[in-house]
Design a protein around this ligand. Structure first.
Ligand code: NAD
Length: 324
């Protein structure tokens, strides 16, 4: 259960790309808490200096400001590293529809550079962030690995391309790669600001600041919202997974399903705010429902998430109340 008792060989060294972002900074912190060294490689394009500053003084933490689009930077960062967790990418489906060329270069080429550098530097395990968006328009619920539909955005295509490279790097070069298909992650440090902010932190910020949140569509869309600690667990357990499980992708979620409209009213109640939302148009590239079958990750990675939505959202709200 969880990740707080996981053990790695003494002196293990980790590299987290995108470590100044929401998920990456939480992974870096968890590695330091376990007592191992971690290097964070981030270009601070969507990440925050504050996430780096919070860890800067801690023993075993190194920060490199650099871009994974640059192979030399990746090669240097991977020197002497045992485990890579590649979180660096630009998120947001709508933004990828506005700027597909950048997504291609940043998310695909960047990840490929990191895989190549990991191979050349003899990294033991390469774990990388994929996304539930790779399921595209496949209607079946829950989502099961191997049943993917047509893609709906350039973002989803970047994640699928990374998975294909992940498969090839195992097959051709023997690099142990593990793709983790995150389903709508939420929790402490997720950025609530800006047009592309994820829905939970955006609603919380707007409600706390007296603004009226807009729900895209009718609010009856559902998602498998996943607390960030479950994602940390999946990353660390993938680093310890057997080689036979490599070259594959895994759903990482809790395995539940929450409706957006219910979340909205739950947040209002928890924050003691009474306010009706505005309903806007559906967003292009979005699917109506999503929830995950997590049995593959349970079986092959030993993933056993501790936090259901109710447990996670309480912690997230408490964090935002203190930090917003
Ligand atoms: N948050 C979610 O719900 C979710 C869901 C599915 C997949 N993911 C994936 O998880 C990963 C982390 O997402 P997040 O929510 O923490 O996003 P985030 O924006 O908070 O973090 C991403 C980090 O990557 C950095 N970065 C981006 N491009 C870079 C580059 N070329 N070189 C170096 N650093 C770069 C950014 O500065 C940022 O710190 C991403 O790959 C994302 O696609 C996230």
């Amino acid at each position: 259960m969880g990740f707080k008792d996981l053990k790695f060989p003494e002196g293990s060294k980790f590299l987290v790309t995108g470590g100044a972002g929401f998920i990456g900074s939480n992974i870096c912190e968890a590695i330091l808490d376990l007592g191992y060294e971690v290097t964070c490689l981030d270009d601070l394009s969507t990440g925050k200096q504050a996430n780096v500053d919070a860890l800067m003084g801690r023993k075993g933490y190194t920060f490199i400001k650099g871009d994974i689009k640059d192979l030399d930077t990746c090669m240097k960062a991977c020197e002497g590293i045992d485990y890579v967790m590649n979180e660096a990418a630009w998120g947001s489906v709508p933004r990828s529809i506005e700027m597909p060329l950048f997504y291609e270069e940043n998310n695909i080429r960047g990840t490929l550079n990191m895989m190549e550098a990991s191979r050349q530097q003899g990294v033991k395990k390469f774990v990388y962030a994929s996304s539930s968006s790779v399921y595209g328009d496949h209607p079946v619920l829950p989502k099961v690995e191997g049943q993917e539909g047509n893609l709906l955005s350039p973002y989803a295509l970047t994640k699928r391309a990374c998975e294909e490279y992940g498969k090839l790097y195992k097959k051709l070069y023997g690099l142990d790669t593990y793709g983790l298909r995150y389903f709508n992650v939420f929790g402490r440090r997720q950025d609530p600001e800006g047009a592309y902010a994820a829905v939970i932190p955006r609603f919380i910020r707007q409600l706390l600041h007296g603004e009226t949140p807009t729900i895209n569509g009718d609010g009856k869309q559902s998602r498998d919202f996943t607390y960030v600690d479950n994602v940390i667990e999946a990353n660390l357990k993938a680093c310890l997974a057997p080689s036979e499980a490599a070259g594959q992708a895994f759903n990482i979620a809790y395995g539940g399903r929450e409706f957006l409209i219910d979340i909205y009213y739950d947040l209002c109640e928890a924050l003691e705010i009474k306010k009706e939302p505005i309903f806007g148009p559906d967003r292009p590239g979005d699917i109506k429902h999503s929830n995950a079958d997590i049995s593959k990750a349970k079986k092959l990675l030993g993933y056993d998430p501790d936090y259901d939505f109710a447990k996670g959202i309480k912690l997230a709200i408490a964090w935002y109340k203190e930090n917003l």
